[in-house]
Write a protein that binds this ligand. Structure first.
Ligand SMILES: *Cc1c(COP(=O)(O)O)cnc(C)c1O
Length: 354
């Protein structure tokens, strides 16, 4: 072994869902939004003068920070913006999780968390979700170096009532608690309303799901000014110019159009409720979804064979071959037409099996 080989930081990377690009595919595997971004986003992109790309973007991302602060009724110094919430979360882990005590997060949750722990060498303990995929909040009443909770959780879609989240924050005032709310728009109350009451809370959200802009890469964190400053100090120590000019302009337009945002959420929830009904009729069970996807298991057919059958018919859903959830499919809510095509194929496959 060469000397330098020992000095390479090795890490087992996160594996993102596949991004196939076939004609006529139905892509329900990475929780993207099937509807386009707000019309103002399209307009600003069409009218963009390439000359602005000559200059560096604003490192403070002021226009977008102000727009988000206004929407969430916060001060500008309570908002941090990054390149997707993955970037925001990675920065937050690096900024806040520097204790020798383990950080806590559920055994089944966003699979990026253990990757960051590995990368940054953060000790961690993972309390098991109960049989219904809910958190047992008592599990978080022990010494820890921080807590991260996805609410609604991925890939289970389960939403915990805000009172459960608040109890965890309240009982851990010596730790930073990160609440990853990538899907909260499809569920219920956000922990944002707790920010001015708990100075140990960081709420992370994204433009990738409800705001239909996964391709633009914008995420944000909200918390008290001291925590946001700490995030910015770390950001400025790695890369000052994170968001590009285009993303800043497009992001502002997306936040401004509140009516379009709300209507998009409503459409997905309607299709989700209808899809849950159809899945039930076909013999699937699933926790009540608080997200733009359903985490479903069939009573007789293994998830893996359904996954493979759908894939061979150009319909992509997500399958995780890991303990406790290896008989589940995570199905993103697409348009009504896409879901109808999914159900046509599912019905054929399931009826052939009976
Ligand atoms: C999708 C998702 C994210 C990451 O979203 P970005 O596209 O990086 O903003 C973060 N957390 C959870 C739980 C997610 O499902």
């Amino acid at each position: 072994m060469r000397q330098w080989e020992k000095n390479i930081r090795t890490v087992v990377p996160y594996v993102p869902g596949e991004q196939p690009n076939h004609k006529d595919m139905v892509k329900l595997n990475t929780n993207e939004n099937p509807y386009p971004p707000a019309p103002g986003v399209k307009k600003v992109l069409e009218n963009m003068d390439a000359d602005i790309l000559r200059l560096y973007p604003d490192p403070t991302i002021k226009r977008l920070v102000q727009e988000l602060a206004h929407y969430y009724k916060l001060e500008d110094d309570q908002v941090f913006v990054g390149v997707g919430s993955d970037d925001v979360l990675a920065t937050a882990f690096l900024t806040f999780f520097n204790s020798d005590k383990p950080i806590l997060f559920p055994d089944i949750t966003y699979s990026f968390y253990p990757v960051w722990c590995d990368l940054y060498r953060i000790p961690n303990v993972r309390p098991a979700l109960d049989d219904n995929f809910h958190i047992s909040k008592e599990d978080y009443n022990k010494e820890n170096g921080g807590i991260v909770i996805a609410n609604p959780n991925a890939p289970t879609s389960v939403y915990e009532e805000l009172s459960v989240i608040e109890d965890i924050i309240k009982n851990n005032q010596e730790s930073i608690v990160i609440v990853d709310e990538a899907y909260v728009d499809f569920a219920g109350a956000s922990a944002v309303e707790l920010i001015n009451r708990y100075d140990n809370l960081v709420v992370v959200q994204t433009f990738s799901k409800a705001r239909s802009m996964a391709g633009m890469r914008i995420g944000y964190a909200m918390g008290n000014a001291a925590l946001i400053k700490a995030l910015n100090d770390v950001k400025y120590s790695i890369n000052s110019y994170t968001l590009n000019q285009t993303a800043i302009y497009a992001g502002v337009e997306a936040v401004k159009d509140v009516a379009y945002y709300k209507e998009g959420i409503r459409k997905i929830i309607t299709t989700r409720d209808w899809s849950e009904q159809r899945l039930m009729e076909l013999g699937f069970s699933f926790p009540k979804s608080g997200a733009n996807f359903i985490f479903a298991s069939h009573k007789s057919i293994p998830a893996k064979s359904i996954f493979e059958y759908l894939r061979s018919n150009n319909i992509y859903v997500r399958y995780f071959n890991v303990p406790r959830i290896d008989n589940y499919l995570r199905i993103t809510i697409g348009t009504e037409e896409e879901m109808k095509r999914l159900f046509t194929f599912l019905k054929v496959f399931i009826e052939a099996d009976q």
